[in-house]
Design a protein around this ligand. Structure first.
Ligand SMILES: *Cc1c(COP(=O)(O)O)cnc(C)c1O
Length: 347
């Protein structure tokens, strides 16, 4: 298969001349800025942000081992998901494939953009069935959304299967790695130089502890990132978000790494603890910061936990997740309390 990016881009995007903002036209340093109709009185936020977030990208690139031009930053990874549809999928005509069960935003964004979904249900051990996916696609299939470690199941998808899809699919393979920092499995960011149709999504919302600043990233070949840049809002990542992310990357990386280690330790401890409870039918293996647990009368447990003031995610109506709760790993004190509450409920 010879992948040609231009063949799969929406024609209106291929021919689009992007909006030229003031900071596109002039990128250097000046002493007087009279080009963007800003208020000249400095309050720390009176200037527009860098539309391409150069400083932040150079730090992220160093950490991730990718070039700055292979990174898109957005208002959460959700922005990247939405842009993928808008770049590649013609509403009412094209389609995408996503796995079930998985993250809900692929399908919400697909619906918003009026793109047909083709569902690839995972196997009983939550892996992808490659021939099934290969049978689902046709010449109008533009995107395949994979998630590894997967939400809500917690497992990573088999690396070889993902590679097989990258090699055989004449569209974009998206690997959402929102939870990769909790996993021992290596990231696919190393593969973006080998597969011209691979897009890896990561986020500051989970391990980095910055869900509140809304910052997500897509990493891919430079020509794909150029398309993101062409379609995105000019100033999509605000000054405060860029500053906070930079500060965290530069000054808090050690703290974050300690937190990740603690969360992983707690996760493994909590998995063991849950496995020892008789009403718990299954504790699924996880490489994320949550655990999927199959438990008798999951919905009743969910409501009784709420009564105790603890909210988990009830996934018991989700395909392949009958009677399952998804429990995020909290602080050691929170986890201990959760187990105590659960034991009291099941008693
Ligand atoms: C939490 C999560 C995200 C994060 O989305 P943001 O918009 O970056 O907060 C992305 N993908 C998956 C699978 C998630 O669970």
């Amino acid at each position: 298969m010879k992948f040609n990016l231009n063949d799969i881009i929406r024609p209106n995007i291929l021919s689009l001349a992007p909006y030229q903002c003031a900071r596109d036209e002039f990128e250097g340093v000046a002493s007087i800025y009279l080009d963007a109709n800003e208020n000249p009185y400095d309050n720390g936020l009176n200037r527009y942000p860098d539309p391409y977030q150069a400083e932040l990208k150079s730090h992220i690139g160093r950490i991730k081992g990718v070039d700055s031009h292979q990174i898109f930053l957005g208002n959460g990874s959700d922005e990247a998901i939405d842009l993928l549809y808008r770049i590649f999928c013609r509403p009412g005509r094209d389609n995408y494939i996503s796995i079930s069960p998985s993250y809900g935003m692929y399908d919400v964004c697909g619906k918003v953009n009026d793109i047909e979904r083709r569902e690839a249900v995972l196997t009983a051990d939550f892996q992808i069935d490659v021939p099934q996916i290969q049978n689902l696609w046709d010449e109008n299939t533009k995107l395949i959304f994979l998630c590894s470690p997967n939400n809500p199941t917690g497992n990573t998808l088999n690396r070889e299967d993902i590679i097989t899809l990258c090699r055989s699919f004449n569209g974009i393979v998206v690997v959402d790695e929102a939870y990769i920092d909790f996993a021992t499995t290596p990231s696919f960011t190393n593969e973006i130089n080998h597969y011209p149709n691979l897009v890896v999504l990561q986020t500051f919302s989970k391990a980095w502890g910055l869900a509140g600043i809304r910052l997500g990233m897509a990493m891919a070949a430079e020509n794909i990132i150029a398309l993101f840049n062409k379609v995105k809002y000019p100033y999509n990542v605000n000054v405060l978000t860029q500053q906070k992310a930079l500060d965290t990357l530069i000054h808090q990386a050690d703290t974050v790494n300690l937190q990740i280690a603690e969360i992983v330790k707690e996760r493994d401890k909590m998995s063991e603890r849950l496995r020892s409870i008789p009403h718990v039918e299954r504790v699924y293996p996880t490489e994320a910061n949550f655990i999927l647990v199959k438990i008798k009368e999951a919905s009743r447990c969910y409501l009784q936990l709420l009564d105790e003031g603890t909210v988990v995610r009830n996934r018991s109506k989700v395909i392949l997740c009958d009677d399952c709760l998804r429990v995020t790993i909290g602080t050691p004190e929170e986890n201990k309390k959760f187990i105590e509450q659960l034991l009291a409920i099941l008693d």
